[in-house]
Design a protein around this ligand. Structure first.
Ligand code: FES
Ligand SMILES: [Fe+2]
Length: 344
């Protein structure tokens, strides 16, 4: 069960060329390709004749030719040729097409039956801001249900154990967590005051000594995590103060695309408000985060297996409160889609 009437990242833009690329998204088999004008297209990856995956055929210009008997489809799924009976294209020879958009360096896909709404796409405020630096885009396959990843990205505590050499640090184990819930998103956050910065951020901060640190872990429906790290010199941060000009911000955007109930494709990049043109720093941050996300992958794949067939009941801790509330938001969104379908 997935939220369908929404945008998911299907692929990094550079990974989709004028070639047939088979993907599974929300359990649907989809073939993605670029038309000759560069726009992406997505079709159900099954010929309506004998359900051969269209990705086993070939792309001729903007048309997909089935590899079994040559039924030919354009990017909207309309059949444009039936070579074995050229004067009688069957009326039912039609393939489902999915709306797509190229934005922020990703190809996005709308998986639902309601009209695709570009306004529902996340807004990324610093994408074109030359004063902000950014990492390249990462992609990682994780063999777990996507809600284990959103759980993880609403859990600022795990860094103390999973990311000891990167994001862990004083206070990440036991400082109290706050939860803020809004219409389509939930945030778990806290300030950790007057503590040494963790290893990942030490080389970036341009002031010596301890820092005040905010962990802001936000998840938006359907499964977008905006993870903001804020640092100020010790004494200048905290929940009741405006952010000083010398605050360092790093925003990690994470997009979880469910492949099926047991697999997730995880896309991400980071924006920071300092050293915008420092390519070496961008690369260092990308490699550090990639290492950390692989630490998460190891844990989450094992959690998925453990929670799939527990021998004894599992329990929740206080740290799970935000993740549990987000899961209920997801359940309500899925139930809402079911309700609107039954009305139609
Ligand atoms: S299976 Fe595609 S044309 Fe026959
Ligand atoms: Fe993590």
């Amino acid at each position: 069960m997935f939220i369908r009437n929404t945008w998911y990242v299907a692929a990094r833009s550079e990974d989709i060329a004028q070639a047939l690329t088979p993907l599974t998204i929300l359990g649907d088999r989809v073939v993605l390709f670029r038309c000759t004008d560069g726009t992406p297209a997505a079709l159900e990856d099954a010929c309506p004749h004998r359900k051969l995956p269209l990705s086993m055929g070939r792309l001729e210009g903007d048309r997909v030719v089935c590899g079994y008997h040559g039924l030919t489809f354009d990017g909207t799924g309309t059949c444009t040729a039936a070579p074995t009976q050229p004067d009688a294209i069957p009326r039912r020879a039609r393939v489902r097409s999915y709306p797509t958009l190229d934005r922020y360096g990703f190809v996005w896909i709308w998986m639902g039956d309601t009209p695709a709404d570009p306004a529902r796409m996340i807004d990324i405020p610093h994408m074109d801001d030359p004063t902000w630096g950014q990492t390249q885009r990462g992609a990682l396959d994780i063999a777990c249900h996507y809600l284990w990843v959103t759980d993880n990205l609403l859990d600022p505590s795990h860094v103390a154990w999973v990311h000891v050499t990167s994001f862990g640090g004083a206070g990440t184990d036991n400082r109290p967590l706050q939860i803020t819930e809004e219409e389509d998103r939930l945030t778990v956050w806290r300030w950790i005051l007057d503590a040494p910065p963790p290893p990942y951020y030490q080389p970036i901060l341009n002031y010596p000594g301890n820092a005040d640190r905010k962990q802001h872990y936000e998840c938006r429906l359907p499964s977008v995590a905006v993870n903001m790290s804020v640092y100020t010199p010790a004494g200048q941060g905290g929940p009741d103060k405006p952010l000083p000009d010398n605050a360092f911000l790093n925003i990690s955007y994470n997009f979880m695309t469910p492949v099926d109930e047991d697999h997730t494709r995880y896309f991400w990049f980071q924006h920071r408000n300092a050293r915008a043109d420092d390519e070496a720093l961008s690369q260092q941050m990308f490699e550090g985060a990639t290492m950390a996300f692989n630490e998460d992958k190891d844990v989450l794949e094992a959690v998925h297996q453990g929670m799939k067939s527990p021998r004894t009941p599992a329990l929740n801790l206080g740290l799970d409160a935000g993740a549990q509330r987000f899961r209920r938001m997801v359940e309500r969104a899925i139930a809402g889609e079911g309700a609107s379908e039954s009305v139609l």
